[in-house]
Design a protein around this ligand. Structure first.
Ligand code: GBH
Length: 526
């Protein structure tokens, strides 16, 4: 049994000793749900680190073609992890990491997205998994982190996640992974952040396959097929693999925390509160309600989306309901939310959208002027993490608990010398781990924490310009250099204690409730 201690300076607070409370820190780590205590984990994703895009028999994915089309950085080489995984695993082990979340590139395993397996791809993941196990690092494997085989997508009305045939193709691919790797992999995630692959891939066009959809109907359709694919893969695992292999399977959803903007007029305040709730529904509830609350989309979505929101059959509702052993949660930032019927929306990457998916949601976000921001422009609001964890716990009560499968920040690091002094990142992690601790103390069943990310990597449409790693990567030489945050994380893992030096975390108490002050709320809204 592990004991966790949260050490303030002063005072000292005991960490929760519950055996189910496992922690991991550092970039994307994951915990093993039923067995507890996978901690100190890092997370990564295939297209963001592997490189070797046209080597080892790999087929193309939609991210290969999409990033080529954008004309900037691509994942062709990325961190060259395909060739350097042994050294990377050794580095993890040397930092004392016990868990590591990775994703499988579907098109490396099945170049055409269906049928024939690529033996070199099979060998790569076998070697990688064996190497992790040999070094005492437990893998958590994401089956789908956005890199759909290009063969399953052609621009058009009913392709990729818009085509219901994808459900069978995905389930077959999942079966292959369970068969090949399930003897050693005991922790599976069906999907990483379907919100992103659906909204950004089929709505705003910021992510592959880059489709734009004004009324949002494609977004809802893609999500519908994603949920069905998830449920079928889980059903398959539970019936044919879980009894012998004994692992756990879940899904990872992303959400910020949405805090209602205050207002002196109680009527306006109530409309902001309803908008904040909708904001959580359109990010988390969209996927989590079907899984944990009876098989269908949230009531507010049914009311506001009309025919655009596809229907589930009764059999599908049964299949989806309960289809996750635990809730995987990726969290980065928080916003104040106000009611806005037009639904003007500025995405985390700056794209402005009107109507459609966001118009249905009818909510927009406001940042508090005192909040610090990361290099992504995302707000640093540790208390929002506490609120979100408690909200998830209360609304969904996932039987296998909550695993934080990503949390972290980008920091401007123009040189390696500056990068290794990443005190902002240390403060971010310190603050967020402490905020998670607070949620656990208040009753949230959080069993694991993975930091994002182990290595600096290919940050999707922003390429190599954003650095999330605890380990610096020099892309010219592929040299890895642990940053201060990696050392901080290693000591967190080793001690099972979080030491918070005075002034070493983001203080946010001032902004927690002050927003209820009507004057400030009006200033913000203006
Ligand atoms: C994760 O995405 C990804 O899983 C990972 O691959 C990536 O590298 C990492 O985070 C860092 O970006 O205002 O529209 O942006 C997180 C992406 C960011 C999606 C915040 C939701 C808020 C809504 N999330 N975003 S928006």
């Amino acid at each position: 049994m592990h004991k966790y201690h949260l050490v303030h300076n002063p005072p000292r607070v005991s960490w929760l000793p519950a055996p189910s409370c496992a922690y991991a820190s550092l970039s994307t780590a994951a915990l093993r749900p039923p067995v507890a205590h996978a901690h100190r984990l890092h997370a990564t994703a295939s297209y963001q680190i592997e490189g070797a895009w046209n080597e080892g028999g790999r087929g193309l994915s939609i991210w290969d073609t999409f990033s080529k089309k954008l004309g900037g950085d691509t994942g062709e080489i990325a961190c060259d992890h395909y060739y350097r995984y042994r050294d990377d695993v050794k580095l993890m082990a040397s930092l004392g990491l016990k868990n590591y979340r990775l994703s499988v590139s579907w098109s490396r395993l099945q170049p055409d997205g269906r049928g024939a397996l690529n033996p070199e791809g099979v060998a790569f993941y076998n070697d990688l998994i064996n190497c992790l196990v040999e070094h005492g690092v437990e893998p958590m494997v994401t089956l789908y982190h956005w890199d759909l085989p290009a063969a399953l997508h052609e621009d058009g009305e009913r392709d990729g996640w818009l085509n219901e045939d994808i459900v069978q193709a995905y389930t077959d691919y999942a079966r292959v992974c369970f068969e090949l790797f399930g003897d050693r992999v005991k922790s599976w995630l069906t999907f990483n952040e379907p919100w992103c692959s659906c909204v950004l891939g089929y709505g705003t066009g910021e992510h592959a396959p880059g489709l734009k959809c004004e009324d949002g109907s494609k977004v809802y359709r893609a999500a519908h097929n994603t949920l069905l694919a998830h449920a079928h893969a889980v059903d398959l695992y539970r019936r044919h693999f879980q009894p012998q292999q004994g692992g756990a399977i879940g899904i990872t959803l992303n959400s910020g925390w949405s805090e209602p903007l205050g207002d002196a007029d109680p009527h306006v305040a109530r409309s902001h509160a309803a908008a904040a709730h909708r904001s959580l529904m359109w990010s988390l509830g969209w996927f989590a309600d079907p899984i944990w609350r009876g098989g269908d989309y949230p009531r507010e979505m049914r009311e506001r989306c009309g025919d655009k929101l596809p229907e589930f059959t009764e059999a599908e509702k049964k299949l989806i309901s309960g289809s996750s052993d635990f809730l995987g949660l990726n969290h980065y930032a928080s916003e104040f939310i106000q009611h806005n019927e037009a639904g003007d929306f500025v995405s985390g990457w700056g794209t402005v959208t009107k109507g459609g998916f966001f118009g249905d949601m009818a909510a927009t976000s406001v940042s508090h002027p005192s909040w610090s921001r990361t290099d992504m422009g995302w707000n640093v609001v540790p208390w929002g993490f506490t609120e979100l964890l408690l909200w998830c716990h209360r609304r969904y009560q996932p039987s296998g608990g909550i695993y934080v499968t990503e949390n972290g920040c980008a920091v401007p690091e123009p040189t390696k010398e500056l990068a290794v002094e990443d005190h902002f990142r240390v403060a971010y992690f310190t603050s967020y781990v402490a905020a998670m601790h607070e949620a656990i103390e208040k009753g949230a069943d959080v069993r694991g924490y993975y930091a994002w990310s182990f290595l600096d990597n290919f940050e999707w449409q922003l390429g190599f310009s954003k650095r999330f790693g605890m380990v610096h990567v020099d892309y010219a030489t592929q040299q890895r250099t642990p940053k201060a945050s990696a050392k901080w994380f290693a000591s967190l893992v080793a001690a099972n204690e979080l030491h918070i030096e005075v002034g070493a975390r983001f203080t946010d108490a001032a902004t927690t409730h002050v927003i209820a002050d009507a004057t400030l709320a009006q200033q913000l809204a203006a």
